[in-house]
Write a protein that binds this ligand. Structure first.
Ligand code: AQP
Length: 350
């Protein structure tokens, strides 16, 4: 079977997980990423590279969640660019549009429509318990958008509309997948069996890459530029950022969680080289931070350079990129339409 026929068979119009050659069903997995800036090395290590590695294990749906990005203010031009940039970086990282469905959330109006119906079955008390809203809303919650507050319901719609079995997330998003489960369960109880109840897949290694200038905070694309390495940073910028990354006044290069700066840099090195902690500690025994940081910068540059080359080629062909995005949406649309139609009928809107 060619790659493209296998992909279209997997994202089946009936919305059911696909059959693979052996006859066993692959689990359907939904993964989303926000175009709220240029993706970081944290996004790559914590999410994207796993998605690439697991492409053939699951029946995958990858989504650039631009509707989620606008829950906090975005410059319209930048958002348009960031959406295309992120899509190109996903493909450049190795996600294969022929084997998986990769699309932009707002190209599928069904997500927002389903989210409204789900908003109407989700108790506010559940949303009040969401810790990410509390941290993202900042000190003046009254000024946060209603969209930021109902973000987890839109995320539930993204997942449930495709009957996803599982959702890979960082620890901080686990609560949202659990909410999606509860929303599915509530809807099923009220209107009859409709949705699959998804489960979170939480990773341990590289699950939380920290900021370079404040290792107590997660590395985030919407923070200050020196706090993260972006996936399109030039080698010189990467070396400079790593050279000035926060460490401490000690000398040894060891994995010690009580020394968060060096621990974070070592965790990045471990993720990218795939070496054990013991091997890495042995490699840098008797050496200084300068040598370690130079080796880390080499590993980051080596990882990102081939991705950046493919990224540049994709961005140089805007029509080709638009075509990929349209084909991605076309792959998932039958499933989204069918689920939404079922829901509208069950609720009494059709
Ligand atoms: N620092 C990180 N370490 C490990 N994993 C990370 N992820 C994000 N940052 C790290 C994982 O990347 C996936 C997509 O994330 P997202 O962009 O949709 O949302 P986010 O987690 O809020 O990412 P940012 O970069 O922090 O965005 P902003 O600054 O806009 O809020 C998720 O699987 C996430 O766990």
């Amino acid at each position: 079977m060619s790659a493209s026929t296998s992909a279209s068979a997997r994202i089946a119009p009936a919305g059911k997980p696909a059959e693979v050659a052996s006859g066993a069903k692959r689990e359907r997995v939904f993964s989303g990423i926000k175009p709220s800036g240029t993706p970081t090395l944290g996004n790559y290590i914590g999410a994207i590279r796993h998605w690439v590695a697991e492409q053939d294990i699951y029946d995958n749906i990858y989504c650039v969640v631009d509707l989620h990005a606008i829950t906090v203010p975005q410059d319209p031009e930048e958002l348009r660019f960031n959406t295309r940039q992120l899509y190109a970086l996903l493909v450049a990282s190795g996600l294969d549009p022929a084997r998986s469905a990769i699309f932009v959330q707002s190209h599928m109006h069904e997500h927002a429509e389903l989210a409204w119906v789900l908003d109407c079955v989700t108790p506010m008390g559940w949303l009040n318990r969401m810790t990410q809203f509390k941290s993202k809303a900042g000190s003046d919650r009254e000024l946060a958008s209603a969209g930021l507050y109902t973000y987890p319901v839109l995320m539930a719609a993204d997942i449930l509309i495709y009957h996803a079995d599982a959702v890979p997330v960082g620890e901080d998003q686990k609560q949202h997948v659990e909410l999606a489960r509860d929303v599915a369960n509530t809807f099923n109880n009220r209107f009859g069996e409709t949705f699959v109840e998804p489960r979170p897949i939480v990773r341990t290694v590289g699950a939380r890459i920290m900021s370079l200038d404040d290792p107590s905070k997660k590395m985030s694309k919407s923070e200050s530029e020196n706090s993260y390495i972006s996936m399109i940073d030039e080698p010189a910028a990467i070396r400079k950022k790593i050279a000035r990354a926060t460490t401490d006044s000690e000398r040894t290069i060891v994995f010690d969680e009580k020394r968060p700066g060096i621990f974070n840099l070592l965790a990045i090195y471990q993720s990218l080289t795939g070496r054990s902690q013991d091997a890495i500690e042995a490699e840098f025994e008797g050496k200084g931070y300068k040598e370690f940081k130079a080796a880390l910068a080499d590993a980051v540059v080596e990882t990102l350079e081939p991705i950046q080359q493919r990224y540049k080629a994709l961005m140089a062909d805007p029509d080709g990129l638009e075509r990929l995005m349209a084909e991605g949406a076309a792959k998932v649309q039958p499933t989204a339409q069918a689920t939404l139609q079922t829901v509208l009928e069950k609720v009494g809107l059709r």
